[in-house]
Design a protein around this ligand. Structure first.
Ligand SMILES: *Cc1c(COP(=O)(O)O)cnc(C)c1O
Length: 375
């Protein structure tokens, strides 16, 4: 029997070195709780890095989106515009509040929400006397969305934006960090993201009072009283101090992680873009992507992304189709969709390649050799 090759993952956790020490320190100091010094430290370091006024650490990015919607007073029956091409966690919290998502197509350049389609949707719902309460913009695969155009829309119609930067920690436009452009930004520290706390997320804002309120809601909405007094419905959404200890270690190596992911992208681009029928999404002027995942699109007359994926799998290499747009998902099919077929085409023709910051040259050469042999 031939020895099986080591698995090459799409994106796996990559410890920096100090995480273990900090976790042990958290345990030895008995801060084994959903608050503590590592939570405070990670919050302040993140705020400094993103250049926003305050950050609340939460137990997931999904929880952060949910609280952003609550803080914007999104309620039953309200319209929320949401980028269709994304992971379902961007959209699910809209339904937690029984609000109504309207999905918006992507534009070709960044693959993110199309400002023109978003404006069509805004006008449509204003004319129906149902002005959208919020817009959920995603920086997909680390590529910043067109924030100048989107901010203009947000200001013109006075509709706040929630920036889903779950995949885009470290990405920026002209050095302004993703997650800091809007009323609220969110991050994720899930195991597959650019840095991890094993599971976790953050809500970012310049509105310090809003973040205070997020911390209140995220820790069961306890009013000040010696007994437990409640005048609001709370959630158990805070991040544990143990997880934050991992996060503090991970933040120390974040810049290296961004450079390593970008090097993966450059490697694939340099070695594959001469093949006709393979395309890479390039950064518009001033845009800086953390290249969380390196993605390609294939000319469907020449290559099948599915065959490529299955061929890679045979060599124990993980790859994945691009996100299936929400308006094509069974659970969201009843909701409105504004746009054309940009996101659908991306889904049909795209593939995410192994992109971990812990890939070495041998891994990348193996991926490259396999792709070349399959095409
Ligand atoms: C990972 C992810 C989320 C959710 O984050 P969790 O921490 O897993 O809840 C939300 N949006 C996008 C685009 C993501 O990739």
């Amino acid at each position: 029997m031939s020895k099986e090759l080591d698995k090459i993952w799409l994106s796996s956790p990559h410890m920096g070195g100090n995480e273990k020490k900090y976790v042990l320190d958290a345990i030895e100091s008995n801060w084994v709780s959903p608050l503590g010094p590592y939570v405070v430290k990670m919050e302040s370091e993140l705020a400094k890095y993103i250049k926003c006024n305050d950050v609340a650490l939460l137990n997931s990015g999904t929880a952060a989106i949910h609280l952003a919607l609550k803080l914007l007073e999104v309620a039953q029956g309200d319209i929320v515009l949401c980028q269709s091409m994304t992971f379902s966690a961007s959209a699910n919290p809209i339904l937690y509040e029984k609000a109504i998502p309207v999905f918006i197509d992507s534009e070709e350049e960044t693959w993110n929400i199309c400002p023109l389609a978003a404006e069509v949707a805004i006008k449509k719902y204003i004319s129906l006397n149902k002005k959208p309460k919020a817009i959920i913009v995603v920086h997909l695969y680390g590529m910043p969305a067109k924030m100048a155009e989107l901010t203009k829309l947000s200001n013109k119609y006075e509709i706040p934006i929630i920036e889903d930067a779950a995949e885009a920690l470290g990405s920026n436009i002209n050095n302004k960090m993703c997650g800091s452009f809007s009323e609220f930004g969110i991050l994720s520290f899930n195991g597959n993201k650019i840095i991890t706390t094993s599971g976790g997320g953050a809500l970012l804002s310049n509105n310090v009072l809003a973040i205070q309120k997020a911390r209140f809601l995220a820790s069961q909405a306890k009013d000040p009283a010696p007994h437990y007094e409640h005048s609001a419905i709370g959630y158990n959404y805070r991040l544990s101090n143990i997880s934050a200890a991992i996060g503090v270690g991970q933040l120390e190596v974040l810049n290296n992680r961004v450079l390593a992911r970008r090097a993966n992208f450059d490697f694939y681009k340099d070695n594959l873009s001469s093949i006709e029928g393979i395309k890479f999404n390039m950064e518009p002027e001033g845009f800086y992507s953390n290249r969380w995942l390196s993605c390609i699109t294939l000319d469907s007359n020449k290559f099948s992304p599915d065959q490529l994926r299955l061929g890679l799998e045979k060599q124990n290499i993980e790859s994945r189709p691009l996100w299936k747009p929400m308006h094509l998902q069974p659970i969201f099919r009843e909701f409105d969709f504004i746009g054309g077929s940009v996101s659908e085409n991306l889904f049909n023709n795209g593939l995410c390649l192994p992109s971990g910051s812990n890939l070495n040259n041998i891994d990348r050469e193996r991926v490259l050799k396999t792709i070349k042999s399959l095409l």
